[in-house]
Design a protein around this ligand. Structure first.
Ligand code: HEC
Ligand code: HEC
Length: 160
């Protein structure tokens, strides 16, 4: 959680459960039910954003205009990909990894007995495109659509 003051685990709320990411309240004053965004949400959002930045090896401006973090119109196209990345990680955790819990040996389970999970670092490992965008499709021809031709983009990467 970096330098935030509250202990928090942003992964289970954002990358397993589908809590809305956000810090900006919709009303000026707390209105029961209508203004759910509080300091805790701000700290949790920050925790997730620090994770995303470290996992991709970038800083906030890779996705945001820091004058207006929430504003999609002022954000980069990469922020949209990251939005889908969050949904991708959730989908993998909820629909693929959690159901595999029973098939993992006990020593592969987490400290609370839960199944292993993915986060952004699982694939990105510190770079904005995993392996800087080297295509792995050529090594796994059996995963291709029958009859698909190799495209220029999938040809062995040069100069990397
Ligand atoms: C790789 C892209 C990416 C990077 C880097 C990134 N963010 Fe984000 N950020 C997003 C996305 C996507 C959302 C919206 C997520 C959603 O709605 O599910 C978001 C949401 C936010 C929000 C919530 C805005 C609101 O609606 O209230 C804040 C604040 C924020 N980011 C701050 C930061 C900070 C600070 C950093 C740097 C430490 C950072 N972000 C780095 C992609 C990124
Ligand atoms: C299952 C693997 C996997 C996971 C998990 C994953 N990504 Fe990715 N992501 C990729 C791959 C592969 C690419 C590159 C696609 C391409 O070649 O254009 C990519 C590309 C991106 C890009 C575009 C980079 C650019 O400059 O074009 C962003 C932004 C991104 N991911 C954000 C995220 C975030 C944020 C998370 C975590 C919430 C995440 N990803 C989790 C596999 C993953």
């Amino acid at each position: 959680m970096g330098l935030t003051s509250l202990p928090f685990d942003p992964f289970s709320v954002y990358l397993e459960k589908d809590k809305a990411v956000g810090v900006i309240s919709k009303t000026a004053l707390p209105v029961k039910g209508a203004n759910p965004t509080d300091l805790k949400d701000a700290e949790a959002t920050k925790g997730l954003m620090i994770h995303i930045s470290k996992a991709l090896g970038v800083n906030c401006t890779y996705c945001h205009n820091t004058r207006a973090f929430a504003e999609w119109d002022a954000s980069t196209p990469q922020r949209v990909t990251a939005w889908h990345g969050i949904r991708l990680a959730r989908d993998l955790n909820v629909n693929y990894l959690n159901p595999l819990r029973e098939t993992f040996p006990a020593n592969r389970l987490g400290p609370q007995g839960d199944a292993p999970k993915v986060n952004c670092a699982t694939c990105h490992n510190g770079v904005y495109k995993p392996l800087f965008g080297v295509s792995l499709a050529k090594d796994y021809p059996s995963l291709k659509k029958p009859g698909a031709q190799q495209t220029a983009a999938e040809a062995p990467a040069q100069g990397i």
